[in-house]
Design a binder for this molecule. Structure first.
Ligand SMILES: *Cc1c(COP(=O)(O)O)cnc(C)c1O
Length: 374
């Protein structure tokens, strides 16, 4: 049906297989557990900062002028929070943009040394690879759905994975990632660790939670950690992400950005992000609460016969031996509850359930009980 404008598509557009984001329903009153948004509001400092920006003496000036392309104050706030230098921080329009720039900056089109990532992982990675024409090879998770880092000690063009992995929620031990970083460093390759969910691992207080690799960038110039304010900082609507790594890795990302769009982070996002990053204690409390809910939901699901993978994230990946994933997905949808399901090998029978408020999760568990006892 490409009868009119479609005939003008170039080859690149014709070949694209874009990422499909989780549904954002409009109007319908659904319990939304499908895109890992935080159910709690952002820090009150965030709205204070936005209001201060909009109601300064020169009202309107804030939005009349271009933002600081270098995000200087925001990077200083992030650097202070993570104990790094501002030159080691790069900010972008959501971590998706930071990741897209990372693919463009560090990975090549080379069949002999393809980029490596897990077979089951964030489904944006193959999309970026195809967009930039980067050859890649997927490495299967082991039978427990874990990333086995030794499988990545082979010739490659670099490695990327989330820690904890998505959509499994399973964390990779820090010592293993450091070994992999060392191996890649000797071979002049970059390791990107996507830390979208790391804050939920740490908050659990358990031994097996994911730990940030950020403190280790100092003597690993090939290690880049990527962070987002969308999940742990309740700011998915703001679109703010950042990377932390060696100053020259950051410079590479700046070179890509400035060959594309110098102003990817607007003034509202810079002000709000700075306030959020500075209010660590608010978010620690919030995410502790979320991790408690996660524990309770996991116990309830197991009591209903679900198998759950051990999650260090703000979601649970679960399946029920008597139902297909599709079936439970559909029945939950009929009851007004939205979760995420992928029609893909190995994970077809799983559902990814984002952790909502305690009240939302009570409704969810009741719905699951009705479904499995039906
Ligand atoms: C949600 C998510 C992102 C994207 O976050 P944004 O900052 O909202 O673009 C990146 N990586 C993983 C693994 C995610 O789940």
């Amino acid at each position: 049906m490409k009868s009119e404008g479609g005939r003008y598509w170039n080859r690149r557009v014709r070949d694209l297989k874009p990422y499909i984001p989780g549904e954002q329903p409009r109007g319908e009153r659904l319990i939304k557990l499908n895109t890992n948004e935080n159910p709690y509001p952002p820090s009150p400092e965030v709205s204070r900062a936005v209001e201060a920006l909009l109601h300064t003496q020169e009202a309107g000036a804030a939005l009349r002028l271009y933002p600081d392309p270098a995000c200087t104050e925001l990077r200083e706030a992030i650097a202070a929070r993570y104990g790094v230098k501002p030159e080691e921080v790069f900010c972008g329009n959501g971590s998706d943009e930071v990741l897209a720039f990372g693919f463009a900056a560090f990975f090549e089109s080379n069949e002999a040394s393809p980029l490596l990532f897990p077979d089951i992982t964030y489904s944006f990675y193959p999309v970026y690879a195809d967009l930039w024409n980067i050859q890649y090879k997927t490495i299967p998770l082991n039978e427990n759905f874990e990333i086995h880092t030794e499988d990545y000690l082979i010739p490659s063009g670099g490695v990327i994975f989330p820690n904890p992995n998505a959509p499994t929620g399973i964390a990779v031990p820090r010592a293993e990632i450091l070994c992999l970083a060392e191996y890649l460093k000797e071979r002049n390759r970059v390791l990107i660790v996507d830390e979208a969910y790391t804050a939920f691992g740490r908050a659990s207080g358990t031994e097996d939670g994911a730990e940030s690799l950020t403190p280790y960038i100092a003597d690993r110039p090939n290690l880049l950690t990527v962070h987002t304010l969308s999940k742990s900082a309740s700011l998915a609507g703001l679109r703010l992400g950042f990377a932390i790594g060696n100053g020259e890795l950051v410079e590479a990302l700046c070179r890509i950005r400035d060959s594309f769009n110098s102003y990817t982070v607007d003034r509202l996002a810079q002000a709000a992000g700075k306030a959020a990053v500075a209010d660590a204690s608010y978010y620690e409390e919030l995410n502790r609460r979320l991790v408690r809910t996660r524990g309770a939901v996991s116990v309830s699901l197991k009591s209903l016969g679900f198998q759950t993978l051990p999650s260090s994230a703000n979601f649970i990946f679960a399946r029920h031996p008597r139902f297909t994933g599709e079936d439970i997905f559909r029945r939950l949808r009929e009851k007004g509850i939205l979760v995420r399901h992928w029609d893909r090998d190995r994970i077809r029978d799983f559902l990814r359930i984002s952790i909502g408020t305690d009240d939302e999760m009570d409704v969810f568990i009741s719905a699951c009980r009705e479904i499995v006892l039906d």
